[in-house]
Design a binder for this molecule. Structure first.
Ligand code: GDP
Ligand code: FE
Ligand code: FE
Ligand code: FE
Length: 195
């Protein structure tokens, strides 16, 4: 794990320590994987590799925060109250940025937007949004039917990687009769449709 941190007044060592204390080891290893894959995707797509590596590392900072804490923050910190109709799968990114700002002292808007969009994606995606979204799906610890194809597509073309992932996620959510967050569906309609 290595990134030059110019985005938080905390040292990289302190960021790593805070992240480690916030999650179990399996999740921490996933975050390291996403960080390293984000760096690779950044190099392939002319983006700042250190910024991508940092964003990838912290993307799931809030993954294991309890529901009650998320609900309190949604109610008291000016979030869209419609979020209360969804669950922690959606909250840990969108609401997770609150904890990243207050606890990791990261305020860079590009990084925060990439964290916000890392689960659902969106109709408009910056290069960093795409990098973190895709790296989360294909990092080396991920193992599911289709992951090899997802890696091939994503390393060849980042936009097509986003489209492949959204189609896979929609398919999974429908098969399991899960509620689709409107942004996930809107993103699918932009990124996954055959031209
Ligand atoms: P992780 O945090 O590394 O496990 O990965 P993500 O943040 O990308 O996704 C977390 C979970 O959210 C996954 O199980 C996704 O399938 C799920 N998810 C993504 N989009 C939606 C959605 O629109 N609705 C629901 N209910 N779940 C979603
Ligand atoms: Fe996540
Ligand atoms: Fe994701
Ligand atoms: Fe993740």
């Amino acid at each position: 794990l290595n990134f030059k941190n110019t985005f938080s007044p905390l040292s990289s060592e302190e960021l790593v320590a805070r992240e480690k204390a916030k999650m179990d080891d399996k999740r921490f290893q996933h975050c390291i994987g996403v960080s390293e894959t984000s760096r690779k995707l950044a190099e392939l797509n002319n983006y700042d590799p250190d910024k991508a590596a940092l964003a990838g590392f912290i993307h799931d900072y809030a993954k294991q925060i309890p529901n009650e804490k998320f609900i309190e923050v949604i109610k008291k910190q000016g979030f869209d109250q419609d979020l209360l109709n969804y669950n922690r799968a959606i909250w840990h990114g969108i609401v997770g940025t609150y904890f990243i700002e207050t606890e990791l002292k990261i305020t860079d808007p590009e990084i925060l937007t990439a964290i916000r969009r890392h689960t659902t994606a969106d109709t408009e995606m910056t290069t960093l949004d795409k990098i973190v979204f895709v790296a989360d799906f294909i990092e080396p610890h991920r193992d599911f039917p289709g992951v090899e194809e997802a890696r091939k597509v994503a390393f060849a073309n980042l936009d097509q990687g986003v489209g492949y992932e959204l189609a896979h996620t929609l398919d999974f959510l429908v098969k399991n009769r899960q509620k689709i967050y409107p942004k996930t569906l809107a993103a699918y309609n932009v990124w996954s449709i055959k031209k």
